[in-house]
Ligand binder design. Structure first.
Ligand code: GLA
Length: 727
C-alpha cells in the first residue's frame, strides 16, 4: 500500500520506495502539510509558528492561521497571503474562496486527464483523491496525488467542478503546491534561447518570490518547466534534491516563495498571467499534471530516476525496434529539395550505416523559402512531378526508411490557406498580428482548423509509406486571442490552443500508428514532458556546433533522458580540421540518439568510411546509451566547457550492472595548461577486470574506481571515448 489514511489522526501518508509525503486534516476541514522527505524519518509533528498580523478564523481561534500553517492547497483571499494555488472569481465579483475537506478515496492505478498528456500508471501506482468544497461558490475541488513508487515520484493536479448556480472564473491554477521547512536551498533551473537551450542555473533561494515561467504559448527555449530545490551542499553524489516538472507544453509558472517564517512554498502550474478559464454552472476544468520527486542522494540520483520515469511512464511505445540513424536534409539542402538528390542521399547513406532519410522543410505548397507555404500541406508537384508516394517508394527501394517534416500549427500569410481563412489565426480583435519567421499561429481552439488539417494530412499522406514525422513549431504566440472564442473566454485561448495541439498529436498517433514522431520547435523549444508523451524523441537544438552542443546536451540530461535526446552529426564549418571535427561531433552526439545532417554526396571516402565506423560503433553501444544509467563527472558549465560523463549498463540496457561502461571526455573551449584530469568511475565493479575496447588497454575495476588520469588536449574540439567491457 503506497497510500494510507489514519482515521484517528486524520493523517494521510503517501509513500514511494524511498520517500514519504504526509498531511492531515486539521479542525475537521483544513488540509495541512506535515512532511516530505526520506521514509521513516518524521513523526509528522511539524507546526508552523503563529505570527501576529496573520488572520485567524473566528470559529477556530488564534493559534491556527491559514497564513502560517503549511496549507496543502492554498486558495486565494481567505487569510493566506502567500502564493496561491487557486484564484477563483466568484459570481459576486470577489476572488475569495474557502475550500474545506469533505471526503477522500484511494484507488489503485490512476485517472487520466481529459485531453492533456499524463504519466502512465506503473507497478504499485495508487491515487489519492481528496474532495473539497467551497460553500459560497458551490464549487467542488478534487486534488489528485498519484504515486510512482519505483521512481520516487508523486504527481499532482486538480479538477474543479462548478456545482453552483452561477458562472465563476479561474484566474490562477497551480497543479502542485508544496511547503518546505526553511529556505536554505539553491534553486536549479534551465534557461536559454533558440540555439542555446537548457543552460544550468543555480542560485540561492531568497526571501520573496522567484519565478521560472513561459508567457510564449510554448514551454519554450527560454525557461524549461523543470526546476529543483537543492541543499546548499548538494552535488552530483550527495545532498537533498526536491525536483519538479510539469506535463504540459504551453505557458507555465514555477513559483518559489519564502514566507515571514522563513519557510518555502513551491508551486507548479498554469499560473495567473497568461491563463484564465470560465466555468459556467455544471462545467468542469482539469489542470495538467505536475510531478515532484525527492532524493537525499544528489543530482545524479535525481536525473537517473527522472530518466527512467520518462522512459517508462511518459514516452509512448517505441514504434521501431531500433531508433533509426537518420540522414536529415535540412543542413544539407535547406529549401532546395530535389527528388533525385534525395534519392541519391538515400542510396549513399545506407552504405554507411544510416537507415532513414528525413526530408525536412520545403516539400509542400509554395515552400521555396521560409516566407510562404505553411498551411498548404499538399505536395509541391514541381518538385515531385510523379507525386509523393512514387518518390517515397524510390527512396525506400534503397533500403532506407523515410521521414517527413511538418509544422501543423503554423500558417504563412502567403499561403492559400491564409487567403481563404485569415480568421483562422491566433489574433486579438482589431490588432495587427506580429510576425515571427514570416508566420502566424493557427487558432487550434477552433475545431474547423483541426478538421481542415486532419483532412489535408490524411489526403496528402494517404498511400505514402511514411515511417517518421518531424513535427516542428517555429514561433511563439503573440496577440494571444482566438477569433473563435467569445470575448469572455479570450483568456482561454492559449490553453485551448494546447488542447487542440494534443488533439492533433493523438489523431496522428491513431491514424498513423506505426509512424515515429520526432518533436521539434526550432530545435528544443518544446522539450517538455507532455511533448515527450506524444513523441518518441525530440530534436535537442538547432545548434550542432561542437563548441555549444555539449552544454545544451549536458543541461538537457539534467531532467530528461538520452532516450529522447536526438543528436546529429552535422557538417563541420571549418575545412582544414574536417576529419577531426567529424570525429569530435560524433563523440558529442554519442550522448543520445544518433543521426546525421550533412550532404553525404559531398563527402570524400575518408569521411564516409569514418561515418561507417561511427554508425557501427553507435549500434554496438546504442542500448547502453538509451537505457543505461548516466553518471556525470565534469560539468561544462563549471569547467570552461570541458565535459565528462559515462553510461553504465544495467538490466534495463540488457546486461548485468556495470558489465559495460561508456565514458566520454569532451574538450571544447577554455585554455589548456597541459594539466591532467582524473575521471573516477565509481560504478565499475571493484572486483572485475575491464578491457577498454577502444584502446585495447586493460584496467582493474579498482583502478577505474580510483580514477583514470587523462592528459588534457592542447587544442580544443577534441574528445576521447572509452568502452570498458568486463572480461
Ligand atoms: C526548424 C528546425 C530545423 C528545420 C527548420 C526547417 O528551425 O529546428 O531543424 O527543420 O525548422 O524550417
Amino acid at each position: 500500500m503506497s497510500i494510507t489514511f489514519n482515521e484517528t489522526d486524520k493523517l494521510f501518508v503517501i509513500s514511494t520506495n524511498n520517500t514519504e509525503y504526509a498531511f492531515k486534516v486539521r479542525h475537521d476541514r483544513f488540509l495541512v502539510h506535515l512532511y516530505y522527505g526520506e521514509k521513516g524519518k518524521s513523526n509528522y509533528d511539524f507546526k508552523a509558528n503563529y505570527r501576529s498580523f496573520s488572520p485567524y478564523l473566528p470559529n477556530v481561534g488564534e493559534g491556527f492561521s491559514l497564513n502560517d500553517d503549511f496549507i496543502e492547497f492554498p486558495f486565494y483571499g481567505s487569510g493566506d497571503f502567500r502564493a496561491t494555488s487557486l484564484k477563483l472569481r466568484a459570481p459576486a465579483g470577489d476572488c475569495c474562496t474557502s475550500f474545506v475537506y469533505k471526503s477522500h478515496e484511494i484507488i489503485s492505478g490512476r485517472k487520466i486527464i481529459k485531453g492533456i498528456p499524463c504519466a502512465r500508471a506503473q507497478e504499485g501506482t495508487e491515487t489519492l483523491i481528496i474532495h473539497m468544497a467551497d460553500e459560497v461558490t458551490g464549487c467542488l475541488l478534487n486534488l489528485y496525488y498519484t504515486v510512482f513508487p519505483k521512481h520516487d515520484i508523486i504527481s499532482r493536479y486538480f479538477t474543479l467542478e462548478n456545482a453552483g448556480k452561477e458562472t465563476v472564473k479561474i484566474e490562477k491554477a497551480m497543479s502542485l503546491s508544496l511547503n518546505l521547512v526553511g529556505h536554505d536551498y539553491d534553486m536549479i533551473s534551465l534557461y536559454g534561447a533558440h540555439m542555446e537551450e537548457r543552460n544550468i542555473q543555480r542560485s540561492a533561494v531568497v526571501m520573496g518570490n522567484q519565478r521560472v515561467f513561459s508567457r510564449r504559448g510554448a514551454s519554450s527555449h527560454q525557461f524549461n518547466p523543470f526546476m529543483a530545490l537543492v541543499g546548499k551542499d548538494t552535488d552530483e553524489t550527495k545532498g537533498d534534491v526536491f525536483a519538479f516538472n510539469f506535463v504540459y507544453s504551453g505557458n507555465f509558472l514555477d513559483e518559489v516563495e519564502v514566507d515571514q517564517n522563513g519557510h518555502t512554498r513551491v508551486q507548479v502550474g498554469l499560473g495567473d498571467e497568461d491563463f484564465g478559464f470560465k466555468l459556467e454552472a455544471g462545467e468542469s476544468f482539469e489542470a495538467p499534471e505536475a510531478i515532484m520527486m525527492y532524493t537525499p542522494n544528489g543530482l545524479g540520483d535525481m536525473s537517473r530516476k527522472m530518466h527512467s520515469f520518462v522512459r517508462e511512464a511518459i514516452v509512448p511505445r517505441d514504434p521501431m525496434e531500433k531508433r533509426p540513424i537518420v540522414l536529415n536534409t535540412w543542413e544539407a539542402c535547406y529549401f532546395d529539395i530535389d527528388q533525385q538528390k534525395l534519392i541519391d542521399f538515400a542510396y549513399e547513406g545506407v552504405k554507411y550505416g544510416m537507415d532513414m532519410l528525413v526530408m525536412d522543410d520545403g516539400w509542400f505548397g509554395a515552400r521555396n523559402d521560409d516566407k510562404a507555404g505553411l498551411g498548404d500541406w499538399f505536395t509541391n508537384t514541381e518538385k515531385f512531378p510523379d507525386g509523393l508516394a512514387v518518390f517515397v517508394d524510390k527512396v525506400k527501394a534503397s533500403g532506407m526508411k523515410f521521414g517527413i517534416w511538418i509544422e501543423p500549427e503554423m500558417i504563412n500569410p502567403d499561403s492559400d490557406l491564409y487567403r481563404a481563412h485569415p480568421e483562422w489565426c491566433i489574433s486579438c480583435k482589431d490588432r495587427t498580428g506580429s510576425l515571427s519567421r514570416s508566420q502566424y499561429v493557427l487558432d487550434f481552439a477552433n475545431p474547423a482548423v483541426l478538421d481542415y488539417l486532419k483532412k489535408s494530412f490524411k489526403e496528402t499522406f494517404d498511400g505514402v509509406a511514411i515511417d517518421y514525422i518531424k513535427w516542428d513549431f517555429n514561433r511563439h504566440i503573440s496577440e494571444p486571442g482566438s477569433p473563435y472564442l467569445p470575448a469572455d473566454r479570450q483568456d482561454e485561448a492559449t490553453f485551448r490552443f494546447m488542447l487542440g495541439v494534443y488533439d492533433l498529436f493523438y489523431w496522428f498517433m491513431e491514424t498513423f500508428p506505426n509512424v515515429m514522431i520526432e518533436n521539434c520547435s526550432g530545435g528544443g523549444g518544446r522539450y517538455d514532458l507532455a511533448m515527450m508523451s506524444v513523441s518518441t524523441q525530440i530534436w535537442t537544438s538547432d545548434n550542432t556546433a561542437g563548441r555549444i552542443r555539449p552544454f545544451i546536451q549536458y543541461g538537457s540530461l539534467m531532467a530528461y533522458p538520452s532516450y529522447v535526446m536526438s543528436c546529429h552529426v552535422s557538417n563541420p564549418m571549418v575545412v582544414e580540421d574536417y576529419m577531426n571535427l567529424i570525429d569530435y561531433k560524433f563523440k558529442v552526439a554519442l550522448a543520445g540518439m544518433l543521426g546525421y545532417e550533412l550532404n553525404i554526396l559531398h563527402m570524400g571516402d575518408d569521411v564516409k568510411n569514418e561515418i561507417k565506423k561511427q554508425t557501427a560503433f553507435y549500434r554496438s553501444v546504442e542500448k547502453l546509451i538509451k537505457f543505461g544509467d548516466l553518471y556525470r563527472l565534469v560539468s561544462p558549465f563549471e569547467n570552461n566547457g570541458t565535459t565528462a560523463y559515462y553510461y553504465v549498463s544495467t538490466p534495463d540496457s540488457g546486461e548485468n550492472y556495470a558489465d559495460r561502461i561508456l565514458l566520454t571526455y569532451l574538450q571544447n573551449e577554455g585554455v589548456n595548461d597541459g594539466s591532467t584530469i582524473t575521471l573516477k568511475i565509481s560504478e565499475a565493479d571493484a572486483n572485475a577486470t575491464y578491457k577498454d575496447s577502444v584502446s585495447g588497454e586493460t584496467f582493474s575495476g579498482k583502478e577505474l574506481n580510483d580514477g583514470i588520469n587523462f592528459k588534457m588536449y592542447e587544442n580544443n574540439m577534441h574528445g576521447n571515448l572509452w568502452l570498458f567491457e568486463r572480461v
